[in-house]
Write a protein that binds this ligand. Structure first.
Ligand code: SIN
Length: 514
């Protein structure tokens, strides 16, 4: 067993954990996972590889160091790309059935080790343990789903205009895929991409976020145990300082055919520019700014429960978190009152490993500063704080509810990525849809109504890639996850996700005698 004790300071905790029992303040936090799952070297060509230097991985709740991980640079990234390219030539010939079996074994191992894998997420990302376990089920589900989809990649035989020719459309894997993933779902954002890629017959090089490499390396360990051949799945962790040069190799090396990225729109644009130099295929799952619209006809129980789920999942740090709350005048006061009570009753700040915790820290103090700025800017413009409002020590922020919000406030103009609910009152459906669509991203959107005509009108009118109708949680491997406008390119999950890693080859079979 790997045991690492992370002492916490009483001073910090008195500020951070007002809702936790005093006894909890004198305990240490211990990352306790089975040793083979705690990997700190890069994983290249089926081997564990040390880089020249190392970077620390911190517990965002305490700032304590959890591990030191190999800090890969362009040389290791190139090594990984070369290994993936070599492996591609054999992996693409492995039958779909065998690839499916290997992905299924990997799924079984994730399921078997989900408790330990969840602890890794909680310690490196700050996510409450219950949610980390949920992420592990979600993460494993992509391996299961794409192990099934691997065997359903059919081509087409197309009616030919000439009797001496047959027309076939083959689907073939694109090649090596560079997979660049975020810290907010350290495991699931990897499997959502990698399972589709491997099922299609592609090989991958993964660059996990610098904050959360441990989950990615644990996935590598289990890929090896599952029997995924060397070079098919590679992981090159690196620090923030090395990220641009590693990213450059992964996005511009001629041996890479495809990039897939989840993260901010700003970074996505930089990666797309790099990938343009060698005309790579790209999938981008970028920022969102989800509207959450409550119409007068909404079922209040459903709307409040959905707001809690959608807003406070991962302390508000998901691309699909509701970000702009638009509430119709007739139910405005009732919704505010009910949501405020639910926040008071259900949300508890603390270290993710504490059973009572529902809200962990934000990933770092820059993230907390951003939320604090949105709150103070809104208040300075006339917003009213109904609940919360304080930036606490470390990277904790109180779950906050603001009313009297206007479209010109920062929180209505940019993604928050934190536990802030800004509520804007509206009068008509047209007004709400216009406000919801007045932005340059369109990932998820949610609305609450019991009127079937309104449901169809608004679902079709919202400029988003995913819409929750009387529902605040959309994510599942069966659904097509992706956005419109500057929220990205392509979809992940669903029967379409695998197509992001395939290309069509048109085969014209001529000279046939009647
Ligand atoms: C994300 O925040 O990028 C992904 C969230 C999800 O898959 O639900």
């Amino acid at each position: 067993m790997f045991l690492q004790s992370v002492p916490r300071t009483a001073r910090l905790l008195r500020l951070l954990l007002p809702a936790l029992p005093a006894a909890a303040m004198h305990r240490s936090y211990t990352l306790d996972v089975a040793a083979p799952l705690l990997r700190t070297q890069a994983f290249i060509d089926g081997r564990w590889v040390s880089a020249e230097s190392h970077f620390p991985v911190l517990d965002p709740a305490t700032g304590s160091e959890l591990a030191r991980v190999s800090d890969c640079g362009p040389a290791e990234a190139k090594q990984a790309v070369d290994a993936a390219y070599r492996a591609f030539h054999t992996w693409k010939r492995v039958t779909a059935k065998e690839r499916s079996h290997l992905l299924r074994k990997w799924f079984d191992l994730l399921t078997e080790h989900k408790e330990d894998l969840a602890k890794l997420i909680t310690f490196e990302a700050g996510k409450p343990l219950r949610e980390s376990l949920g992420e592990m089920v979600y993460s494993a589900s992509f391996l299961e789903w794409f192990s099934e989809e691997a065997r359903r990649v059919y081509g087409d035989i197309v009616p030919s205009p000439a009797t001496d020719r047959k027309i076939l459309l083959l689907k073939q894997p694109v090649g090596v895929a560079s997979i660049i993933t975020p810290w907010n779902f350290p495991s699931a954002m990897i499997t959502r991409k990698v399972a589709a890629a491997l099922a299609a017959g592609c090989t991958v090089v993964v660059k996990p976020a610098e904050d959360t490499p441990l989950s990615a390396l644990a996935l590598a360990e289990l890929s090896q145990q599952a029997g995924i051949p060397p070079g098919v799945f590679n992981v090159v962790p690196c620090s923030r300082a090395q990220t641009p040069s590693v990213g450059e190799v992964l996005c511009s090396d001629p041996l890479v055919a495809k990039i897939s990225f989840t993260g901010s729109t700003a970074t996505g644009k930089v990666l797309l520019k790099m990938a343009a130099s060698t005309v790579k295929k790209a999938s981008m799952e970028l920022g969102g700014h989800a509207p959450f619209i409550v119409f007068d006809s909404a079922d209040m129980d459903v709307a409040v429960a959905a707001a809690m789920n959608s807003k406070f999942r991962n302390s508000g740090q998901t691309c699909v978190c509701s970000n702009r709350f638009l509430v119709q005048s007739g139910v405005h006061d009732l919704f505010v009152d009910r949501l405020s009570k639910a926040m008071g009753a259900e949300l508890r700040l603390g270290h993710g490993s504490e059973a009572a915790t529902t809200q962990g820290p934000l990933i770092n103090s820059r993230a907390a500063d951003k939320v604090a700025l949105q709150i103070s800017e809104a208040v300075s413009q006339g917003a009213r704080v109904v609940r919360g409002g304080r930036r606490l020590d470390g990277s904790f922020v109180e779950p906050t509810l603001l009313t009297q919000v206007t479209p010109s406030m920062l929180c209505m103009k940019e993604e928050t990525f934190g536990p802030l609910v800004p509520i804007l009152r509206f009068d008509s459906e047209d007004e709400a849809v216009a406000i919801a669509n007045a932005c340059d991203v369109g990932l998820a959107g949610y609305f609450f109504s019991q009127d079937p005509s309104q449901i169809w009108r608004v679902a079709e009118a919202l400029e988003v890639g995913m819409v929750g109708v009387n529902e605040g949680l959309l994510s599942t491997p069966e659904g097509a996850f992706g956005g419109v406008k500057q929220s990205g390119l392509g979809v992940e999950g669903s029967k379409y996700g695998i197509h992001e890693y395939l290309q069509h080859k048109y085969m014209c079979f001529g000279g046939l005698k009647a």
